[in-house]
Design a protein around this ligand. Structure first.
Ligand code: SF4
Length: 229
């Protein structure tokens, strides 16, 4: 059984937000519209945080993509009264939409602010509805949604490999954000495979977890920046 995880190399991230765009397209994340966005209700399963150091013209700009950290000890799971938020055997922090009753306890418990409540039904101006991904369900008003590590891609690849009688190869599964990242700042794979690229990178000395003092044991490792810019 795999244990899925990701490595984010902060040295490679250029802040282009290609990952954000790809995630919206893959996962049918609808536009918020001006009114809802103004009320802080826009949804981004992955966001690119920007930090500035110094004063113009000697400014250093840093980027940090942040998605669900798929924590092994996820604070969002035990607070869900309907088990809509739960852990899968392969280490995903899953969300069952038709079990969710919208208490939003999970969003309050998550220290990474990566869970989003659907305050409105999604809608797309024609012809944008034609680009919806049939592999991802549309979420209706009243439920929580979040990054799934593109579970639809994971399950499709596992099914294909099973049908062909072979294991899933390292690098064969790419969540949309990973696929879209031109400088390869994002690497996805099986943390239980010591030979996988993600395992190797996660063991580098410059690897760290976000808010690891909280004991959440995230499945995402950040490689700290070494270059100055
Ligand atoms: S696509 Fe890659 S380089 Fe661009 S913001 Fe996302 S992680 Fe950074």
């Amino acid at each position: 059984m795999a244990r899925w995880g990701m490595v984010v190399d902060l040295d490679r991230c250029t802040g282009c937000s290609g990952c954000v765009t790809a995630c919206h397209a893959e996962n049918n994340i609808g536009p918020a519209g001006l009114d809802q966005a103004a009320r802080g209700r826009a949804k981004h399963w992955i966001r690119v945080e920007r930090y500035w150091e110094g004063d113009f013209p000697d400014v250093k700009l840093k980027f940090r993509p942040v998605m669900c950290q798929q924590c092994e000890a996820a604070p969002c799971e035990p607070v869900c009264p309907t088990y809509a938020s739960h852990r899968t055997a392969d280490g995903l922090n899953a969300q069952v939409y038709n079990r969710c009753i919208g208490t939003r306890y999970c969003a309050n418990a998550c220290p990474y602010s990566v869970r989003f409540f659907d305050f409105y039904n999604p809608s797309w101006d024609k012809p944008l509805q034609l680009q919806l991904n049939p592999d991802v369900s549309l979420r209706e008003v009243g439920v929580m949604e979040k990054c799934t590590f593109c579970v639809q891609r994971i399950r499709a690849t596992q099914s294909r490999a099973r049908a062909e009688g072979r294991p899933v190869h390292d690098g064969e599964i790419q969540p949309a954000c990973v696929q879209a990242c031109a400088p390869r700042a994002l690497v996805f794979g099986d943390l239980d495979d010591p030979e996988s690229e993600v395992s190797r990178l996660a063991e580098l000395p410059r690897g760290a977890k976000l808010l690891e003092d909280l004991g959440t044991r995230p499945s995402v490792t950040y490689l700290s920046r070494q270059t100055q810019s």
